[in-house]
Design a protein around this ligand. Structure first.
Ligand code: FE
Ligand code: FE
Length: 180
């Protein structure tokens, strides 16, 4: 069931032009911008790859998610079984936790919710809304939660139309270096 790196590349090439929800960038642009932000920040290669692949769940299902979709698409969980055996938990866990990281930041950081895009506020409600204080504490104690929070901040920023980034080939090399 594991995806080869060639399969991941093919998914970006065949479906990456889909829009990122109702944002003004494509899925591929969003992934590349998120990975670039991680790289510029000096993140470990595993977290750069997690940033690249955090929304792979959107590419693994047929329909692009839409803002008027009123069910949680659970896209953070969809890639997990496909990435087991390909990458370590340092890649997989920040992907799996990136939605909970938003719920955490909404609970713990004044002003965070206000700065979310309308699409992200909408999906937050479907995803269960902000954590309460106990859930926030339990979340941040989990392994790789801190990295998921970093990823989340880049995720929120990776929506700039037309921003130049390295091409996918740059990150394919990094995926090979990080694969098990
Ligand atoms: Fe996401
Ligand atoms: Fe995203």
């Amino acid at each position: 069931m594991a995806l080869a790196i060639e399969d991941i590349t093919a998914l970006f090439e065949s479906r990456g032009a889909q829009l990122y929800g109702s944002e003004a960038v494509s899925q591929l642009d969003h992934a590349l911008q998120c990975a670039q932000l991680a790289e510029h920040w000096g993140a470990q290669p595993e977290l750069v790859i997690a940033s690249l692949l955090h929304d792979l769940g959107h590419l693994l299902v047929d329909q692009p998610h839409e803002i008027d979709n009123d069910t949680d698409d659970v896209h953070q969980f969809i890639p997990v079984p496909f990435l087991r055996g390909v990458f370590s938990d340092a890649v997989i866990e920040p992907i799996r936790l990136h939605v909970d990281a938003k719920r955490y930041l909404c609970a713990t950081e004044a002003g965070y919710w206000e700065h979310l895009s309308p699409a992200s506020k909408h999906s937050l409600e479907l995803q269960g809304g902000p954590f309460d204080a106990d859930a926030a504490l339990a979340f941040i104690a989990r392994p790789h939660a801190t990295e998921a929070v970093l990823l989340r901040r880049w995720d929120d920023l990776a929506k700039t139309p037309g921003l130049p980034t390295p091409g996918l080939a740059h990150y394919v090399r990094l995926m090979r270096d990080c694969s098990l």
